[in-house]
Ligand binder design. Sequence first.
Ligand code: ADP
Ligand code: MG
Length: 142
Amino acid sequence: MTVETNGPQETFQLGERLGKEAAPGSVFCLYGDLGVGKTVFSQGFAHGLGIEGPVNSPTFTILQQYEDGRLPLYHFDVYRIGDVEEMEEIGYEDCFYGDGVCLIEWPERIRELLPEHAVSIRIEKDLERGFDYRRITIKEEA
Ligand code: ADP
Ligand code: MG
C-alpha cells in the first residue's frame, strides 16, 4: 500500500490510524533518511494508541517505552547502535516477541534481528513534488 502525504499533519494522521488498529505483538520498521518524518509518524502512532505524553526520537537511549496506552509501545531508534549485543542488553526479544507494539527507526542497522512478522514502512521525499511531500509505502515484510 502506498500513501502520499503533503505535510507533517497528514503523516501524523496516518501513524495515528495505524496506532488505533495495531494488534498486540506487531512490529513496524520505519525506513527513511534523516528528517523524512519517522518520528512524526511515531508521534501519530503513539497518539493513536492513546499515549498522552510527548514522544520524541529516542536517539540517545535506543529504546523509549510507553505504558499508558491501549498497548505497551516500544519505540526504538537504533541509529547509534554499535553492536547488536547492545540490543540483547536492552532485552529486545521481550519487545519484538511480546504483546506490545514496536516501532523501529533505522531498522537496517539491526537487520539480522528483525522478526519475520515485521511490517515495513518506507518514507521517501520527492523534491519535484515539493518540500512537504512524502511517499509512504507499507509492506507486510521487514
Ligand atoms: P526523522 O525521524 O525521519 O529523522 P522527523 O520526523 O524528526 O524525521 O522530522 C521530519 C521533519 O519533516 C519535520 O520537521 C516535519 O515537520 C517535516 N515534514 C514536512 N513535510 C512532512 C510530511 N509530509 N510528513 C512528515 N514530516 C514532514
Ligand atoms: Mg527520528
